[in-house]
Design a protein around this ligand. Structure first.
Ligand code: PMP
Length: 317
């Protein structure tokens, strides 16, 4: 791109792809090459920028979102930051509901981006935040509810954007794609986009070991923020997935910490989880010479109050 971006939304996507070198070497070597797509380079700092932007564009072209509309969504995660950013850049009011356990830094950032934050009691979980949005819809006739777990614009953002970028950046050399599944938008959309171009590309999903619903297990608590919602969302196509790798909280965190030191890259917990899974695949003899592509959804700074930094804060958990 020559010149400059005309607004923040033009900077979404076209994230860099990097080969992990010191990390697999220090872990004892690997037979395959691991490439990671760095979504923290997007202006809202995560993979959700693409989805927020695409959902907003589709809603605008369908007439669901017009000047004066209000964007409302229950989210305490990266989706909230991306929606707040796109809403600000395009001039929409944005109301986000979330449990009152959300970290202070997250809440303050959302407010600085111009979003209105409505806190619901933590004991009601995400259900409380969802019910609040449903209630708001009855009082706000001009509200638009993106619904990231249902809206097919979510996987479409990845089919049209992320998959096309991976294809171009690797010159079609990608053999295995590995991503964590939250809404499933990333893995579904990228799988669709890559399979259109290379039908035998392998698709590997990563989920929390203590909430391994895709592997046939029961939902349970876990610390892998952004992954494992505990149900199978409408935005996830299981038929595209060849294998599911469950990753423990501890393996995700220790891998993220090791990788940050090895590569000098700031990554979040779910990036640690997919890095761990990528290393297992890269070590397999049958994958010798293959190219593995994975997605690092966000940076470590977003998880200062989580297990990623517990040891430095002097906590044991
Ligand atoms: N990691 C992080 C940090 C996320 O915020 C998300 C989004 N929920 C994911 C992974 C998973 O992405 P997806 O919703 O596309 O499955």
């Amino acid at each position: 791109m020559t010149g400059w971006a005309k607004d923040t939304t033009e900077l979404v996507g076209r994230t860099p792809l990097i080969e992990l070198k010191r990390f697999p070497t220090r872990a004892g070597g690997a037979a395959a090459t691991i490439l990671a797509k760095l979504e923290m380079f997007s202006p809202g700092g995560s993979v959700k920028d693409r989805v927020a932007q695409h959902m907003v564009c589709e809603a605008e072209s369908q007439g669901l979102l017009r000047p004066g509309s209000v964007i409302i969504e229950p989210t305490s995660g990266n989706m909230g930051i991306s929606l707040a950013m796109i809403a600000a850049a395009r001039g929409y009011r944005c109301i986000l509901t979330m449990p009152d356990t959300v970290s202070l830094e997250r809440r303050l950032l959302l407010q600085r981006l111009g979003a209105e934050v409505l806190l619901t009691p933590a004991r009601q979980g995400m259900r409380g935040a969802i019910n609040k949005v449903i209630e708001l819809r009855t009082t706000l006739p001009n509200a638009w509810y993106p619904q990231q777990f249902y809206n097919q614009a979510n996987p479409r953002a990845h089919r049209l954007g992320t998959a096309a970028e991976i294809w171009e950046e690797t010159g079609g050399a990608v053999d295995i794609f590995i991503a964590g599944a939250g809404t499933g938008g990333t893995i579904t959309g990228v799988a669709e986009g890559l399979r259109e171009r290379k039908p035998d590309v392998e698709i590997v999903a990563v989920e929390p070991a203590s909430c391994a619903v895709l592997s046939g297990g029961r939902p349970g608590p876990h610390r892998l923020e952004g992954l494992g919602p505990g149900f199978i969302p409408d935005t996830l196509r299981l038929d595209l997935i060849d294998r599911v790798i469950p990753v423990s909280d501890q393996d995700a965190v220790s891998t993220a910490i090791q990788l940050m030191k090895d590569e000098g890259l700031s990554i979040g917990i779910s990036s640690g989880a997919v890095a761990w899974a990528s290393l297992q695949e890269a070590r397999k003899e049958e994958n010798r010479g293959k190219v593995i592509v994975t997605i690092f959804p966000s940076a470590a700074e977003r998880y200062l109050h989580t297990i990623l930094f517990d040891d430095l804060r002097g906590k044991t958990r």
